[in-house]
Design a protein around this ligand. Sequence first.
Ligand code: ADP
Length: 452
Amino acid sequence: MSSPLTAPLLQMPLRVERDIFLVRQRGREVAAAVGLERQDQVRLATALSEVGRDLLHAVGGADVTFVAVGTEAGRPALRVDLAPVAPLDAAGYRPQSPAVARLVDSLELTVDAGVTVIRMSRRIPAGAEALTAQRLAELRARLGESAPGSELDELALQNEQLVAALDEVRRQRDELAVLNEELQETNRGVVALYGQLSEELEETNRGVVALYAELDEKSAQLKAASESKSRFLANVSHELRAPVTAIIGLARLLADSASDPLTGEQARQVGLIRSSATDLLVLVNDLLDLAKAESGRIEPDWAEVDLRVVFGQLRGTLRALATKPGVALVVEEPPAPAAVRSDEALLTRVLRNLLHNGLKFTEQGEVRMRAEQVGDRWRLIVADTGAGIPPELHERIFEEFYQVPGVASGAGTGLGLPYARRLVNLLGGALTLTSEPGRGSTFTIDLPAGGV
Ligand code: ADP
């Protein structure tokens, strides 16, 4: 005896044409009873009547058994076995219409306890009422009672289902049409957007290209302007040097004791002319140097330079300038071997300039120069204990003619540092400053030991 869970829900014979209607009708009833959805009920019933018809024609009928399976495992399904009344031929069974197999979850020819059956099954959805032993007993009782309707009833129902299915198909077709329309609309939108974007991109690109062309042109103009400025400065300062030198010479002659004696006032004025002309000569010389350095007309004279020699010379020549009583000039001896590939004259000029500035802007303490080797580079450092330079001016003092406001710079021109930086760059190095107001300034020349 089967257990209350696995016992068939319904069994019925299929022997004549009319039974096909009955099997279909009852199949739908059982499907509804176990909780299959409406669509699935119709699917299963249809598959059943198709297979039933095939068997009736092939072997003269079948016994149909409905059973709920998998109720213990939690994934229940409705299974229908159709056991043919006579053996099927060797070719086995194939449904007449291949679409039938798609109506159910599985449709197969199988042998169960020595009996060949065609078995189909359809899963019962999770939301359906649980198929407990009690519920199954109830269903069995109900299905056993319910009397099958007439073929006409089934035909009418089949018709109704067909109409419903057709309606559903039409609805889906309409929905599809709407979706298609929307898709086309969206596509048109995307294409338009894409077109607009590419146009904008092209526009932007054209703009960028034009901008670059303009930029190139401007930088060429700037380069030309800067070159002509340097050329102009070089020419003017060169031309000015001779007359200014002449003025100084003449003033010296006038003041000379061998010339006619001058009145006190005249001597004072000649003195003024001479000192102004001397200042002017300094400016003209500085301008000429800078213009030359900027126009790239200075070619370093590369040679092995002994830093100890350079430091020694500067120690000697600048001692005369270190005249303030509270300020000491300290030139440390560079560590040996103090060799660097460079231009001795240019390097000396830069260092002299930095030392000169240090002495000029320091009232108390010291101005110290030292050298240190770091890897394959040399650092030449000029540090003072002067007033220092505010951080926001650290780059500005390297601009031409810039002088820190409110600081007396004697006969300064504001050209020394830009010139020094130019020369250091020419020598393959960099000139930098660290300084804090009130704590002095440190200028560092960083040079490659091997030159450029
Ligand atoms: P100049 O010394 O002829 O004025 P520079 O180009 O050498 O021109 O220097 C520009 C300015 O930078 C100076 O006028 C001064 O204000 C500032 N400066 C340069 N060196 C020092 C220093 N060691 N300490 C303080 N200020 C300095």
